[in-house]
Design a protein around this ligand. Structure first.
Ligand SMILES: [Zn+2]
Ligand SMILES: [Zn+2]
Length: 85
């Protein structure tokens, strides 16, 4: 297992399925693409629409293509769950 990246910050999270451990399988909020309180990834950094993510469960690091070109709309999307709390 890798150590958590020093850039990992619980204030910057993304709700993306982990390609390594698949821990969200069978989880209701995840399958409905809602912001699950258990299954989320650290967003280490982003370059345009590419997100550098790390899974807190298995510490897998990967790059996710979010499909959003503009950082602003991407940020709105990944943080949209926060205001509900
Ligand atoms: Zn994982
Ligand atoms: Zn979940």
């Amino acid at each position: 297992m890798l150590p958590l990246d020093p850039q990992a910050d619980i204030g910057r999270r993304a709700w993306v399925a982990c390609p390594s451990c698949d821990d969200a399988r069978g989880c209701e909020p995840c399958e409905q693409r809602r912001t699950c309180s258990e299954h989320w990834r650290y967003m280490l950094s982003n370059t345009g629409s590419l997100l550098n993510l790390q899974c807190p469960s298995c510490t897998h690091v990967w790059v996710h293509e979010s499909g959003f070109g503009a950082t602003r709309s991407l940020w709105d999307r990944v943080t949209s769950g926060w205001s509900r709390h």
